[in-house]
Design a protein around this ligand. Structure first.
Ligand code: NAP
Length: 246
């Protein structure tokens, strides 16, 4: 279904990004696994894809760094000659109450989660414009839709991603490029593993389906938005959250 297409997935060394990389590769895309710190995990993602007969390469790039992103995207285009799908999935949390939050923790979360997506879109969209087609998917969060106490930086970054998604969708629509966001709820990854049992219990109580989601369930939504069939959907936020936002 995605044969001949090149897909970049940021933050694909672990968690949701890894599941998306595996899903897109299983559909025939050549996948670029981006990571920043976890080289071994990125190699593991690549190995899993190759074991299933897929094609994948790994690229280190700190998405918060504009210059690194320019080189990253240029190198991908040199290697594959095209870029069809960009999934801005890389993200971090640095939680804390607003009044105690350091400037550094605010900036780092915004720089990776929000500016990181701007950086890659800035360079990837140039190639997609030439191709007159493309799919851009930004990983937002339920936090960016409803807000969440203790996550002022994270919620701001994820709400910002929704604005970025809609502005980019309007700018790029005339050239056949769609831009959408996914807003997951609580998904079982390292990010949510770090939460205390008490927080996990309180979170579960807010989920109509009564359980955390799996990375593969977010990957299925990403694969749909990346597909040809989703070509008439742009500027939308797809909630994959067990019913938290409805
Ligand atoms: P995770 O398991 O903590 O993985 C985060 C990924 O982001 C890793 O692959 C990490 O790569 C990468 N990353 C972090 N900083 C980076 C940087 N500066 N440059 C490039 N890559 C970087 O997180 P996850 O739970 O899979 O979350 C993935 C995305 O979904 C995030 O945007 C997150 O905010 C969003 N999300 C998650 C949940 C959830 O419940 N898990 C809910 C809503 C939204 P390295 O380790 O190689 O640095």
């Amino acid at each position: 279904m995605l044969e001949g297409k090149t897909a970049v997935v940021t933050g694909a060394s672990r968690g949701i990004g890894r599941a998306i990389a595996q899903k897109l590769a299983s559909q025939g895309a050549s996948v670029v696994i981006n990571y920043n710190g976890s080289e071994e995990k990125a190699l593991e993602t690549q190995q899993k894809i190759q074991e299933n007969g897929g094609t994948a390469s790994i690229y280190r790039c700190d998405v918060s760094d504009y210059g690194q992103c320019e080189k990253f995207i240029q190198d991908v285009i040199l290697e594959y000659g095209r870029l069809d799908i960009l999934v801005n999935n890389a993200g971090i949390t640095k939680d804390g109450l607003l009044m105690k939050m350091s400037e550094e923790d605010f900036d780092r979360v915004i720089d990776i989660n929000l500016k990181g997506a701007f950086n890659t879109i800035r360079f990837a969209s140039r190639q997609m414009l030439k191709q007159r087609s493309g799919r851009i998917i930004n990983m937002s969060s339920v936090s960016g839709v409803t807000g969440n106490a203790g996550q002022a930086n994270y919620a701001a970054s994820k709400a910002g991603l929704i604005g970025l998604t809609k502005a980019a969708a309007r700018e790029l629509a005339s050239r056949g490029i769609t831009v959408n966001a996914i807003a997951p709820g609580f998904i079982e990854t390292d990010m949510t593993d770090a939460l205390s049992d008490k927080v996990k219990e309180a979170a579960t109580a807010q989920i109509p389906l009564g359980r955390f989601g799996k990375p593969e369930q977010v990957a299925a939504a990403a694969a749909f938005l990346a597909s040809e069939e989703a070509g008439y959907i742009t500027g939308q936020v797809l909630h994959v959250d067990g019913g938290m936002v409805m």
